[in-house]
Design a protein. Structure first.
Length: 738
């Protein structure tokens, strides 16, 4: 049979030839940027596997002086020479009107593609502009471009716990929706590339803070670090690499503060214009960055458009934006430069380990190996050249600090005979710059040290802190002769069960109050930590820290559910050095089990995408009992297309045209689940004409290509269901040119 092009094709060719007399069309690929937030020219910035990635393609018009409408492209992705599942990729915004001088700061000056890469050292990107010859050109031989041999590094999922601070002097708790995953952490996710963030609320619940935060900021940082380093693992949970406390509004004069640079604990504000940026800024200190006054220098890109809500920020970040470590900025003024961006990737806390390698995807918290220890914490007043120590507390299993050769404070521990049994240096000056617009220097910073309680069979009886430079004594603390004595300890509901005496109540729900009476023969001031165990003492939660009031109220519903009547309570009282534990002998039934915390990270609800383009579905899921959710517990469903798949990160490109009601569900091991419902609009587009050999016709040659791909994927997968089957054959025949 003689093959003739259709009248439409003839007309198209004729119009193209007529147009070429005035302006010859010759499209080429002028630039390809593979980015996860920041990318230097030449694609030299490091990339991370399993991380949502954008490919931005600039098209050159080769002498044409007016924009060219109707321009599109596709991208093939290969790993170790094998085309990955989901390739080729179709643009999310094409066809575009390609400008004469494309500017990366304009979203639609480039053709944009999205995918989730594997880990690998040989990932190639091959771009074909005008792949189906829908635009008649004078030269089709120069329509390809490539970026080859890119390395997508293995990085682990980093554990980051957040603590809502009940700041009684500043109005109480911050809004839960403002600080939750998918809102509070949006800037963090946009610029710090680890495999993923396991950002979740602290299992210890809210932190009550009753003193002026401007006068007690270092104590607050030490308390947050205590929660991270000691209390969370003591409760049987993974020790997070980082912890962050949220204050209502912006009551702190410096926006936020970090315990050190590097460090592991920080706090910040919930002021609408600053809160997302302040979180990312303080985390930058924890990675190890100091303040700077630099701009980002090249156009950045918010791959998942995390900052669309609530500030409606576009994805491209212009070069004039300041680096996140520029002090005192609003969220709209900041993004990230290469130095800060790479710090997260290069930090040992995000490095892959055997337990967090590329295959399992599990969250990799810090090591929990420890030994009997004592925690010493306080405030270093640099102007007065002294350290004021908080009460010391014994730790059943503490992570011992190592000597810091650059430290400015010697920590010396002695036994009862005055023999030096342990010494190390600590740095209290690494985060002295205040995070406000003036970049003033803090006169006071945190001191925090964990020492072994026993060394060569000797027990620590005193500590001396000295200035490394001069040897001057900054603080001393001696163990007194007598430990505290707890005279009474009772617990009861704030609203007791009618007909049951206080001591008989054995089921705790809602508001509960614990009261105690303690004394010390030496006259030392006493503070107490209240601990809770859901399993008869195998693991212990801290409900309150450093409390001196004699009573503590808390919400039993915020605690992990006990096993029957195995809920136990322990009071740990310190006189500054000695500690005494007291427990309630009675067991309690506590809590009723809670569904998991599940949050949508991307896409934004109401997002509009073009048919055939890849959509990155990204979720956060964490459970009080199960902790980190593996992929199987997270499912995605469409009201139009049904079940889409499972996983915290899922890329889909075969969504039907229409307005989808999407359901994200996270289900824990007990069968309890939480659902998040959102909308997604898919608009119609002819993204693949069926002209598989790009000769201008859909004909027998294309049929041969499809049949040779049967059972595979690639360009012949016209329906984008992942496999070339009869549906693709039917679609190709429907586009046949006779």
């Amino acid at each position: 049979m003689i093959k003739f092009p259709s009248l439409l094709a003839v007309g198209t060719i004729a119009m193209g030839l007529f147009a070429s007399a005035a302006t010859a069309v010759d499209l080429t690929v002028s630039a390809i940027e593979v980015t996860q937030g920041f990318q230097a020219s030449g694609n030299t910035t490091a990339l991370v596997g399993f991380n949502p990635t954008s490919i931005r393609v600039k098209v050159a018009l080769n002498g044409q002086t007016t924009p060219q409408p109707g321009v599109d492209a596709l991208v093939r992705v290969y790993s170790n020479g094998v085309e990955i599942a989901g390739s080729p990729l179709y643009s999310t915004n094409g066809p575009i009107s390609a400008p004469v001088a494309p500017n990366s700061a304009n979203l639609n000056d480039t053709l944009n593609f999205y995918f989730v890469p594997p880990v690998g050292t040989d990932v190639d990107f091959v771009v074909a502009v005008n792949p189906f010859r829908t635009i008649v050109e004078t030269n089709y031989a120069n329509n390809a471009g490539s970026v080859l041999n890119r390395n997508f590094q293995c990085r682990k999922i980093v554990e980051l716990a957040y603590v809502p601070i009940n700041y009684t002097l500043g109005g109480g708790l911050p809004s839960a929706s403002m600080i939750q995953p998918g809102n509070g952490d949006n800037f963090v996710r946009g610029i710090y590339r680890v495999r993923d963030w396991n950002y979740h609320r602290s299992p210890l619940g809210n932190l009550n803070w009753t003193t002026d935060v401007n006068a007690s900021s270092t104590t607050l940082l030490n308390t947050l670090n205590d929660i991270r380093q000691n209390q969370i693992p003591a409760a049987g949970y993974t020790r997070p690499e980082f912890i962050y406390g949220w204050l209502l509004g912006n009551p702190y004069s410096g926006n936020g503060a970090a315990i050190g640079a590097p460090g592991a604990a920080a706090f910040g504000n919930t002021q609408l214009s600053k809160y997302q940026r302040t979180f990312a800024h303080e985390l930058g200190h924890l990675w190890g960055q100091q303040h700077n006054t630099t701009s980002i220098g090249t156009v950045g890109f918010d791959v998942e458009n995390h900052l669309r809500d609530p500030l409606s920020l576009p994805q491209p970040m212009p070069t004039t934006k300041k680096d996140i470590m520029y002090a005192g900025l609003d969220t709209i003024d900041a993004w990230v430069n290469q130095t800060t961006y790479l710090d997260a990737i290069n930090d040992s806390r995000s490095a892959c380990t055997a337990a967090s390698g590329e295959g399992d995807g599990g969250a990799g918290g810090a090591s929990d190996a420890g030994q009997p220890a004592i925690r010493f914490a306080g405030t270093h007043d640099h102007a007065q050249r002294r350290i004021t120590l908080q009460p010391a507390f014994d730790l059943v299993s503490g992570i011992i600090d190592v000597d810091d050769p650059t430290g400015n404070v010697w920590v010396e521990a002695y036994d009862k005979d005055g023999v030096l049994i342990h010494a190390l240096r600590k740095d209290t000056a690494r985060c002295r710059t205040q995070c406000d617009a003036q970049c003033t220097v803090h006169s006071k910073t945190s001191f925090y040290a964990v020492l072994p309680r026993f060394e060569d069979e000797g027990e620590i009886a005193s500590v001396t802190l000295r200035e490394v430079r001069t040897g001057e004594v900054l603080a001393e603390l001696d163990r007194s002769a007598h430990a505290p004595v707890v005279a009474s300890l009772t617990i009861a509901p704030m609203n007791p069960v009618i007909g049951k005496p206080r001591e008989i109540v054995d089921v705790l729900v809602d508001q509960v109050e614990l009261q105690w009476n303690a004394s010390d023969r030496d006259g030392d001031a006493l503070v107490a930590n209240l601990l809770y165990s859901p399993d008869c003492g195998d693991a212990w939660f801290a409900i309150a820290l450093d409390d001196a009031s004699g009573s503590i109220a808390f919400d039993a519903a915020s605690l992990p559910q006990s096993r029957a009547h195995e809920g136990k309570f322990r009071l740990r009282v310190s006189d500054g050095f000695n500690t005494t534990d007291a427990e309630l002998s009675q067991g309690f039934s506590v809590g009723g089990g809670a569904p998991p915390d599940v949050h949508l990270l991307s896409p934004n609800s109401g997002a509009v995408v073009a048919q055939g383009s890849s959509v990155i579905f990204h979720a956060s899921a964490w459970d009080m009992e199960d902790q980190y959710f593996n992929d199987g517990g997270v499912t995605w469903t469409s009201s139009i297309d049904g079940a889409l798949g499972t996983g915290r990160v899922l890329a889909k490109r075969n969504l039907s045209v229409g307005t989808h009601t999407m359901t994200l569900r996270g289900t824990d091991a007990s069968g309890l689940f939480t659902e998040v419902v959102f909308s997604l609009i898919v608009t119609a587009r002819d993204f693949n004409t069926g002209d598989l050999d790009a000769d201008g016709f859909t004909d027998a040659a294309d049929l041969a290509i499809l049949l040779s791909s049967w059972g595979g994927n690639g360009l012949a997968d016209l329906t984008l269901d992942g496999t070339v089957i009869a549906d693709d054959l039917a679609m190709l025949l429907s586009r046949w040119d006779y």
